[in-house]
Write a protein that binds this ligand. Structure first.
Ligand SMILES: Nc1nc2c(c(=O)[nH]1)N[C@H]1C(S)=C(S)[C@@H](COP(=O)(O)OP(=O)(O)OC[C@H]3O[C@@H](n4cnc5c(N)ncnc54)[C@H](O)[C@@H]3O)O[C@H]1N2
Ligand code: MOO
Length: 428
């Protein structure tokens, strides 16, 4: 049996995926905004108007014109009632625009509640608790220097104080959310603000995942010698679900050429992406590569990646659809799914994000077997920074990844990452 060769580098594998599956035709659907959480937006969305659509107060208080008030506070004029004051000319009613006509801005202020429409000519709001009312006038003495030195006003009021400006949230024409973005609850707020009661989202690709191996039994089956429980389908379906993909159909296949062939032949018509887990290496009963090689459009685009774990990963196109061969070792299958299936799904217009943080590596780790290595780490909060402790484990041990918070990629070029380095930890 020949070894798996040549082993392709991760960037080349991703490039081949982009080349062969670029711009997959995607189905779109309109969903009510409240059902759009976690869905991927099907088009770029632009704001068609300024939001908020008017200047509004952020406090309960008195709307003023700052330059006029400033003049009062500094000039010492108009102290008939003993303090710098403005005439109260009216009240802003919530949800309406108050038309203030022919107001003498030099000597006017107006009561305004939080959220109220700031009338024309006024540019700031003084909080209720900072004023006093005397003889129908509003006194602003509290804005003065408490030492009593009238020549040195405290007066920190500026145009825009306690005001949200028209267009401060979004401006007409702004690109607010990009196509492919997974909508967060806060995005729903932005979309709601702009009047989108429904949004167009991408229909996620359906995944058929087959696990293979005569040693595999159902999760609820008793274990006889040599048997293990089939967990990979459940784990991969979990990642798919977290990413908002699916539906996912799980099947377990016998380790025979015929079983694999008949499954792949018929299943490719039932799904958008076909994924196998196990039987992808060079063993006597590893039939998947041979079956896919013979049934696919142009043979395997590659089989064998220079990454650890995940060496026997392969990708092919069948009837134009992607077929991904993942290894059987549980951690290898997960790493393959994360690094390659995300790239594939992005060709369907999704923008799958891989969240990360930075941390200090607590022990030196190497690129094992001369392959780019995905090393599982545990994160803890150090005194000044996050600390990443490398875990010991093997790709055949599910607890190696279950006990990890993330992984660090050890690149081939350097061959190792030294203890004390600042590393990027991709969160699991
Ligand atoms: N002579 C060589 N042997 C192997 C090589 C190699 O290059 N030369 N590569 C090794 C690497 S690296 C990996 S990874 C594995 C992957 O092999 P397969 O994809 O053929 O996977 P299997 O042999 O079917 O399974 C491997 C391992 O994982 C267990 N497994 C499989 N499926 C599941 C499942 N659904 N749930 C739980 N556990 C599963 C299976 O029982 C095996 O223990 O090949 C190396 N060999
Ligand atoms: O690549 Mo295998 O996935 O080393 O365990």
């Amino acid at each position: 049996m020949k070894p798996i060769r040549p082993l392709i580098e991760i960037d080349d594998a991703r490039a081949l995926i982009r080349q062969h599956f670029s711009e997959r035709p995607v189905k779109k659907e309109r969903v009510p905004l409240f059902e759009a959480l976690g869905r991927y937006l099907a088009m770029d969305l632009n704001a068609d108007q300024d939001m908020p659509p008017f200047d509004k107060s952020t406090v309960d208080g008195y709307a003023v014109n700052t330059s006029m008030l400033h003049r009062k506070l500094t000039s010492g004029e108009n102290l008939s009632n003993g303090c710098p004051s403005l005439r109260l000319v009216g009240e802003v009613v919530m949800g309406t625009e108050v038309a203030i006509e022919e107001v003498d801005l030099e000597d006017s202020c107006i009561y305004i509640p939080t959220g109220g429409f700031l009338p024309k000519g006024f540019d700031a709001v003084v909080k209720l608790e900072e004023i006093e009312q005397k003889d129908g006038r509003i006194c602003f003495e509290n804005l003065m220097n408490q030492s009593g030195d009238k020549s040195m006003p405290v007066f920190q009021l500026q145009p825009g104080t306690n005001v949200i400006r028209k267009g401060e949230d979004v401006q007409a024409g702004d690109k607010i959310i990009k196509r492919g973005r997974r909508l967060t609850r806060y995005d729903l707020g932005v979309l709601g603000m702009l009047g989108f009661k429904e949004v167009e989202v991408i229909v996620p690709p359906s995944l058929s995942i087959a696990t293979t191996g005569d040693e595999l039994v159902d999760i609820d089956a008793p274990l006889s010698p040599g048997k293990i429980r089939d967990i990979n389908g459940t784990v991969l379906a979990g990642i798919a679900r977290e990413w908002g993909l699916g539906p996912v159909k799980l099947t377990r296949l016998e380790d025979t050429y015929e079983a694999v062939e008949s499954y792949v032949k018929s299943e490719i018509d039932q799904c958008d992406i076909l994924i196998t887990s196990g039987g992808s290496s060079v063993g006597k009963k590893d039939y998947i590569p041979a079956v896919v090689q013979s049934l696919s459009d142009h043979g395997l685009l590659f089989h064998g990646m220079n990454i650890k774990p995940g060496k026997p990963i392969g990708v092919a196109a069948m009837k134009g659809k992607p077929v991904v061969l993942l290894p059987g070792n549980p951690v290898s299958t997960v790493v393959g799914f994360i690094v390659l299936v995300s790239e594939l799904v992005n060709q369907f217009g999704f923008d799958i994000q891989h969240p990360f943080c930075y941390a200090e590596l607590m022990e030196t780790i190497g690129a094992e077997d001369g392959r780019t290595t995905y090393h599982m780490v545990r994160l803890t909060e150090g005194e000044e920074k996050m600390e990443a402790a490398p875990l010991r484990g093997k790709s055949g041990l599910i607890t190696y990844i279950a006990n990890a918070d993330g992984y660090v990629v050890v690149p081939l070029e350097t061959g190792e990452v030294k203890a004390g380095s600042r590393v990027k930890v991709f969160l699991l």
